[in-house]
Design a binder for this molecule. Structure first.
Ligand code: ASC
Length: 151
């Protein structure tokens, strides 16, 4: 009983100390996780974009709610790019993600920063501010896709 208890404790300690990627049972789960979180983020980003681009009438509350989801979702995908998750399921992730980790992190940090500004802009209810912040955020999506996502 004592041995089992200490083994359980040791496993728990290891789980806490291990990198974020270790939260996934297998590479396929990490890939699914990052793709799903990026997909959910894109749905909400698209709703803000439709208003920023004048395709649907601006509704400040809808913009603010969706932008807030984007800002929160923007923090999630990166844990799914841990070591050993370059394969395991169909993925467009380029090898450079793992060979240029500092640059990849810089790119993901830019999305987090710009989407946080977008959420703040949307809260003010000012469409022009939303347009500007939407453009800046979309720019961070594109820059990362150009560098790190295969066609
Ligand atoms: C979106 C979406 C992206 C980005 C990107 C910006 O709405 O799904 O991946 O914007 O197209 O250039």
């Amino acid at each position: 009983m004592k041995i089992i208890a200490s083994l359980t404790l040791a496993a728990a300690a290891l789980a806490v100390a291990a990198p974020a990627s270790a939260q996934f049972a297998k590479p396929e789960d990490a890939i699914k996780y990052r793709q799903s979180s990026l997909f959910v983020m894109a749905q909400h980003f698209g709703r803000v974009g439709a208003m920023a681009n004048g395709r649907v009438p601006f509704d400040a509350k809808v913009a603010a709610d969706n932008a807030e989801v984007v800002a929160n979702m923007a923090k999630l995908p990166w844990a799914g790019f841990g070591a050993g998750t370059d394969k395991g399921a169909p993925t467009k992730a380029k090898a450079e993600i793992w060979t240029e980790q500092a640059k990849f992190k810089e790119a993901s940090d830019k999305l987090i920063a710009e989407s946080t500004k977008l959420a703040a802009a949307a809260k003010t209810g000012n469409l022009d501010a939303v347009k500007t912040a939407f453009g800046a955020t979309a720019g961070t999506c594109k820059a990362c896709h150009d560098a790190y996502r295969a066609q």
